[in-house]
Design a protein around this ligand. Sequence first.
Ligand code: SAH
Ligand code: DHB
Ligand code: MG
Length: 236
Amino acid sequence: MPDEGWAGVDRYLGEEFVPSDPVLDAALRESSAAGLPSIQVSPLQGRLLQVLAEAVRARRILEIGTLGGYSTICLARGLAADGRLLSLELSPHHAEVARRNLARAGLDDRVEIRVGPALDSLARLGAAGEEPFDLVFIDADKTSYPQYLDWSLRLTSAGSLIVADNVVRQGGVADPGTRDPSNVGIRAFLHRLANEPRVNATVIQTVGSKGHDGFALGVVLSGPTPSDGPSRVNPA
Ligand code: SAH
Ligand code: DHB
Ligand code: MG
């Protein structure tokens, strides 16, 4: 086998597992044409998101950071038959592109994109006392990951899965003296996740077309406690 390194293996695996996907291809084409950065999850990572959603039989999915809706499509494909996905996005332009991509994918009836700073949208969700989410995918600004973890804990219940992208960042997170704000944010997130008694979590490093990165994966062991605030998202 020719030694093409990680990218070559990623291509090979992608051709095996995600050989032809006109919906995702179109989403990438349209996102690129609209000037969005090409920082979506890889095809194999997208499939992982779908697999995880299916594994927890997700009826309610929360995504933080939509971009052009690539990961949104993958997650929504993993929804249970009557499931719904809510995705939070800062940029109105990104949201508009994502809505078109989701409509083309035939998923617009199951997906809502809410525009604004995710922390604002999350605070409103918390106040609304909604049903808990079965899966949360964190993939927006890395500096806010610790707060996104707090909200994820408030908005989930026992058995829910919390997934976060970009927790390795070409290895930059392993430098304890890092001053890169994104790495600092991820390190704080990982430290809290690792020490959070309500979650059993791990990190899986990834290599491939996006270089060296990783996903944090955590299963929620128990729901929020009353001290988490007045919004009762966990009836159990
Ligand atoms: N999940 C996408 C990629 C998301 S890229 C995929 O894999 O297909 C990160 C996204 O987070 C960008 O679209 C960016 O505009 C958005 N973002 C950045 N800061 C944000 C914030 N404070 N609130 C909500 N979204 C934010
Ligand atoms: C960036 C953000 C992402 O979510 C990602 O997966 C890769 C890169 C970025 O902001 O550069
Ligand atoms: Mg990402």
